[in-house]
Design a protein around this ligand. Sequence first.
Ligand code: S3P
Length: 428
Amino acid sequence: MSRGNLTIRRSDALHGETTVPGDKSISHRAVLFGAIAQGVSHVRDWLAAGDTEASLRSIQALGVHVERPKENELIIHGGKLRPADAPLNLANAGTGIRLLAGIMAGQSFESVLDGSKQLRRRPMKRIVTPLQMMQANINAVGGFAPLYIKPSVLHGITYKMPVASAQVKSAVLLAGLYAKGATAIVQPGPARDHTERMLQSAGADVVVDGDTIVITPNGALRPFDLTVPGDISSAAFLIVAALIVPGSDVTIKHVNLNPTRTGLLDVLQAMDADISITATGSEAGEPVGDIHVRHSVLKGVEIGGDVVVRMIDEFPILMVAALCAEGETIVRDAKELRVKETDRLAVMTSELTKMGADITETEDGFHITGPQVLVGTTVESHDDHRIAMSLAVAGLLADGETVIDEGECAGDSFPGFVDTLRYLGAQV
Ligand code: S3P
């Protein structure tokens, strides 16, 4: 799919209060879990974006009736799924295909799960292997989508995940709903825990003990009523924009502050960022609050270990912050970035280099010594929403004009990104 370009100019101070769209991870889960819950679930502030719409279309293709009184409100009539007429198309959505695979492995009919050219390049063996251990009949030629799934009797397993991945954990937990016996997962690090929280609130028997999660099948999920909080991974672009553009003062309200997602805030604070957080309550079983950010003189930082998984989607925008920081920023243990929508280490390094940046890419991270001067030019999003938005934020500080080829893919996770920047005062 070809998408339009974004053009960004050097910006004056950003000011004001705003919100961000609903959390993408929770929005995927809301439609997928709503589809298999026995009854009517109600979802408000749902993220209506490229990736999540693909999950929604898939459950509709599986026979689930969904009313949509507003763009961001869904009434999901869940229960029994029926075979789809054609392969399910998850577009660019890694979360959509991997979680749905766990569900489809437990159904009594065949399915084929597929997606865009980009999704077909992402590793699926990481879910195929544990699902096959559970005796699922799932195949992926060469370890890539399409995924071919046939009915089988699933058995509970104990699975020690080799990578800290919420998508893998979730695929196995969802298959565990349909298995004979309990399924235990041991995770090597604190991968986001929305699946555990949401399954528990829908009545599933999920017990978390440190890094071990055990699911014991106890019948169908109960329907639920939830309001999706704002996505911290979208707020991240506004946070870094406000930190690096001199004179800025921005508040982002009602953001999900689940500790498995807030690694970027910890790292930015260690970089001397002026960020204050006000807890305001909870939504969908997740802590929620407001984030107040003021322009700051950042300093370099070293990042590795557990915090990496708690900010795995935020490294493209962290690279931009590091370019503005005084001194050296060193990132390690972030090899997973190479298998996201794009190889985010390689793509961010090459695109920012076009803007005059000097970045040393390593096998599992990067080194940046700042501050550096950026120059506007034409760069490419590679159809990766987080690359597009990170380059846009870099463009706010670059001399002249930055054109992001196919930058409109920002809408895969943050519809209204450009309007929000404009509202805060950027010339976009
Ligand atoms: C997600 C998990 C993460 C993250 C992705 C969303 C999820 O991927 O990068 O954007 O909703 O479970 P991995 O689990 O593959 O690390």
